[in-house]
Design a protein around this ligand. Structure first.
Ligand code: FAD
Length: 204
């Protein structure tokens, strides 16, 4: 079932009313700007939802499961095949999960699953820290690093994938979990095809 039903979209809005998540319907003024990806695809997207927390992500996944609604997960939107846009599917846009928390020893940081390269580089730079990031500020860190991730610092400090120490995910049942060591092996290289990564812990 698609979300192309005003009743279903209203139900989603009701379910998320107590959260800070935002929903952009296809007829809203800023929809095109929000939904735009690097690859333009001729698909119909009924709405884009932007969760603010991992719990919001879990709620949206649970809603889609309950209502048999198709969804895709979008981050920076730079996928070369435009796989984050699928006809009639709700888009879960993770770009508001963009917090950075630096460890006390300043050797690692925990970052939101939707953080963009520019935001991460800026937050680390304020503490005179760095980690390999890509060449474009609006690329998203998780999609980049889980696929390998090369950038200007990679020859000195390694690929993005080599920085991943841990992850929190929303699984296919819409439950938030800390990734096991076995799942981490898959996450390092899967390009985000295993679960929705809501948080990464990385070397800095
Ligand atoms: C113009 C351009 C420049 C690029 N430059 C570089 C570069 O300098 N170095 C480099 O290594 N690569 C580069 N790439 C490739 C880029 O890193 C990959 O396409 C990457 O997957 C983009 O991630 P995104 O999150 O921005 O894209 P999206 O299209 O939003 O996501 C890509 C895929 O990963 C999934 N995904 C992303 N984040 C998560 C997550 N948190 N949890 C679960 N799934 C997730 C999405 O569902 C989607 O299937 C470039 C691509 C383009 C188009």
């Amino acid at each position: 079932m698609s979300l192309d039903s005003i009743a279903l979209l209203s139900k989603l809005e009701t379910d998320l009313a107590h959260t800070a998540a935002k929903i952009y319907r296809a007829d809203s003024a800023d929809f095109n700007e929000i939904a735009q990806c690097f690859i333009d695809k001729l698909v119909r997207t009924p709405a884009v939802v932007r969760p603010r927390t991992a719990d919001d992500v879990a709620l949206v996944v649970q809603f889609c499961l309950r209502n048999k609604a198709d969804f895709t997960v979008r981050f920076g939107g730079y996928d070369c095949a435009g796989r984050t846009r699928v006809d009639e599917a709700l888009v879960i846009d993770m770009r508001d999960l963009n917090e950075v928390s630096i460890s006390e020893d300043k050797c690692s940081a925990t970052v939101g699953g939707g953080i963009l390269h520019g935001q991460l580089a800026r937050a680390l730079g304020e503490e005179e820290l760095a980690t390999p990031v890509g060449n474009i500020a609006s690329l998203e860190y998780t999609g980049w690093s889980t696929l390998g991730g090369y950038g200007p610092l990679s020859s000195g400090y390694g690929l993005g994938v080599a920085q991943i120490l841990g992850a929190n995910i929303a699984n296919a049942q819409g439950e938030i979990q800390t990734a096991s060591e076995e799942l981490l092996v898959g996450i390092r290289g899967s390009g985000g095809s295993l679960d929705i990564i809501t948080e990464l812990t990385i070397k800095v």
